[in-house]
Design a protein around this ligand. Structure first.
Ligand SMILES: O=C(CO)COP(=O)(O)O
Length: 305
């Protein structure tokens, strides 16, 4: 089986390999794991996400947090990237989110429209682009077609493509729901089938079993579920998201299970910046500790090489 932490085994072109290497080597851990700070919730959920810590509504505050917390990258939309990233360019890698939408319309026909292209990412000095793909909605074919254009552009530019693979829509709702093991596992596999370089998923919930296909209707532990999801992603590097603010211990357990399963890293937003700065940085330290527990690649002197 391919070693997911050896970039030479992932079938990448030189530009993608160089950029992913920059991301994974951005700070001292160098064991092939990564911690990302997502900051597109202002579009996806609206300003309500900043009520818990008003300072986080200021992009400067969150970019500074990404730098001071030694994140391997920050994921933002074009508007913030153009107006704020300049001050931090090179200090933290940029993942430019290319599509996004509000949460005001119902999500059954969800399709996330494009607001930027791979050329914008090159101009802004990004090391990856992000695309939200909704798996299982009636608009899925349209989404796949839009995604295909972006994937072709990213391939030509040597730009790594990170897919936010989100199961959505009433059909998914009737089969366990968007965070069920079934739905998350299928989303990870879909991103890998469609050629994503990295995929971001929610942590799977094996206990959400109402309506799931029979193979998923059994007692799986959280560890078994995330192990399977990482396998489904195969040569696509896998990131696990934080989700809504929850207890730190629950977050750390989820992080540890993901890293143990072979996930490349974590993409935690609200659980990081929905609290005061000092507390955020302390929590980030604990996440770095979890990432540092990942086993070095067998035989590698520099484990991320
Ligand atoms: O990737 C994410 C949003 O783009 C995850 O963010 P949260 O950790 O806030 O759920």
């Amino acid at each position: 089986m391919a070693d997911r932490r050896d970039l030479n085994q992932l079938g990448l072109n030189a530009g993608k390999k160089a950029r992913l290497h920059r991301i994974l080597h951005h700070h001292g851990l160098r064991n092939g794991t990564a911690l990302f700070l997502p900051y597109d919730q202002g579009l996806e959920h609206g300003p309500r996400d900043f009520f818990a810590n008003q300072e986080a509504s200021d992009p400067h505050y969150v970019l500074r947090l990404a730098v001071d917390g030694h994140f391997n990258g920050i994921a933002i939309q074009i508007g913030l990237a153009e107006k704020f990233y300049w001050d931090y360019a090179g200090e933290v890698p940029l993942i430019l989110k290319l599509n996004g939408k509000t949460d005001i319309p119902p999500s059954d026909h969800a399709l996330s429209p494009l607001h930027a292209g791979v050329e914008d990412a090159v101009r802004l000095g990004a090391d990856a682009v992000g695309y939200t793909l909704y798996v299982g909605t009636p608009a899925q074919s349209e989404d796949f077609a839009q995604y295909r254009q972006i994937r072709a552009e990213a391939q030509r530019a040597g730009m790594p493509l990170v897919v936010w693979a989100y199961p959505r829509g009433s059909a998914v709702g009737a089969k366990g729901g968007r965070s069920s093991f079934y739905a998350v596992d299928y989303a990870a596999r879909t991103a890998s089938e469609l050629g994503a370089d990295m995929v971001k998923v929610n942590f799977p919930h094996p206990e959400m079993r109402t309506g799931v296909p029979p193979s998923y209707d059994a007692e799986f532990s959280a560890q078994q579920a995330i192990d399977a999801v990482v396998r489904s992603a195969n040569r696509t590097l896998l990131l696990v998201s934080g989700g809504e603010r929850a207890g730190d211990q629950a977050m750390l357990d989820k992080a540890r299970a993901s890293i143990r399963a072979g996930a490349t890293g974590l993409i935690f937003g609200r659980n990081v910046w929905q609290r005061g700065l000092a507390e955020s940085l302390r929590f980030v330290e604990r996440l770095h500790d979890v990432l540092s527990e990942a086993k070095p690649r067998a035989g590698a002197t520099d484990p991320a090489r």
